[in-house]
Design a binder for this molecule. Structure first.
Ligand code: ATP
Ligand code: MG
Length: 349
């Protein structure tokens, strides 16, 4: 459905734009319909930049992005509007994308105007309410509020609801779970699962491995702007080949056994201490720590929070723009088993 071919993004840096920062380097992958593709990588690895290029919010420096056979760089006017009918994004920071003087219903009115001018006001309201309910929001609670009166999680869900009103085929979901509380989190995850059964493709951007593993069919591991490993999610998670993927997996905290019981056990587990965590051996991690609520639970409590922080540091998940990557070579991806690709220098492991 969507194919990226050798996509690169170099941002100009410095006062006179003299330097360049290679945010994405030679990324090639595809997003298929009816699947969730997880895009996983440390902070600053270029995930949002990739999402923004797919949404034409920022141009590619080189390479091509093709949607259903058409290079999206060539789209303009009506064609671009049609593209957005099918491809929508929900972003990490929903506060930045909306003008605070808008009421929530304005977010929907703009698409009615562009895409459904023939739909009556009553019919439109019905459709909006249905979309809001499907993302776990009560229409009367949110409809007439100004965007600044809504929580981050509510706004993100409003944006998902907005996308649902269009005839979307591809949703770019950039860290959408981050601002949502545990109970709604499950609703939104189920909603995404539901979307894929309807044939939608979802690019699920996250630095949370547990979420990525839980929700996706395919996984792409991005490191410093380059794809280092990708393939079927069970293959990448159970048989990680690239050292970076292994490092990410081993730095997921090994959670206390009690947590293995699933959601019911989570309250008991709130008191987790850093000592409860065992970093394990390379390539090994506990399944329970890959539960989509694992990170959320670990965030409760100060000691637990410190442990998470330590883990994030270990995994390089905290934003560090200081590393030098300009001269790093992009290694070719080699298929080591069916639907499992790894960047290697030798072409064989
Ligand atoms: N508009 C911009 N101008 C210059 N540099 C930028 C711009 N946007 C992003 N960058 C840089 O590009 C790199 C990739 O950023 P990006 O936002 O894509 O990372 P990310 O993987 O989404 O990280 P996070 O997990 O923190 O959201 C970073 O070094 C960032 O500082
Ligand atoms: Mg980002």
């Amino acid at each position: 459905m969507l194919v990226l071919d050798n996509v690169t993004k170099a941002f100009k840096t410095g006062t006179f734009g003299g330097g360049t920062l290679p945010a994405v380097r030679g990324a090639s992958f595809e997003i298929r319909p009816g699947e969730v593709t997880a895009l996983i990588g440390e902070s600053g690895s270029g995930k949002s930049t990739l999402g923004k290029m797919i949404l034409r919010l920022t141009p590619v420096t080189s390479g091509t992005i093709t949607f259903e056979g058409t290079d999206i760089a060539t789209l303009k006017g009506k064609q671009l509007r049609e593209y957005y009918r099918h491809v929508q994004g929900v972003f990490q920071d929903p506060f930045s994308s909306y003008n605070p003087v808008y009421r929530a219903d304005r977010v929907f009115a703009t698409i009615r105007h562009s895409y459904y001018p023939g739909v009556s006001a009553d019919e439109w309201r019905e459709r909006v309410d249905k979309a809001l309910e499907s993302v776990g929001l009560n229409p009367v609670d949110v409809r007439d509020k100004f965007t600044h009166q809504l929580s981050g999680g509510q706004l993100q869900r409003i944006l998902i609801a907005r996308a649902l009103l269009l005839d979307i085929k591809l949703l770019i979901a950039d860290e959408i779970i981050s601002m949502i509380d545990a109970s709604t989190r499950v609703d939104v995850l189920n909603l995404l699962a539901n979307l894929k059964t309807r044939g939608l493709g979802v690019l699920f951007v996250t630095h949370d491995l547990s979420l990525g593993n839980y929700i996706s069919e395919r996984t792409i591991i991005l490191r410093r702007g380059a794809v280092v490993e990708m393939g079927a999610t069970p293959k990448v998670f159970d048989n990680p080949q690239h050292e970076y993927t292994r490092m990410l997996l081993t730095s997921v905290p090994q959670l206390h056994k009690k947590w293995e019981g699933g959601l019911g056990a989570e309250m008991e587990a709130m008191g987790v201490t850093p000592q409860d965590q065992d970093r394990g051996r390379p390539g090994r991690y506990s399944k329970s720590s890959l539960h989509p609520l694992a990170g959320m639970r670990a965030r409760k409590g100060r000691r637990a929070q410190a442990a998470v922080h330590e883990r994030d540091l270990a995994a390089g998940l905290l934003r560090t723009d200081t590393y030098l990557r300009t001269h790093e070579e992009v290694l070719p991806l080699v298929e080591i088993e069916e639907d499992h690709f790894v960047a290697t220098s030798t072409g064989a492991r």
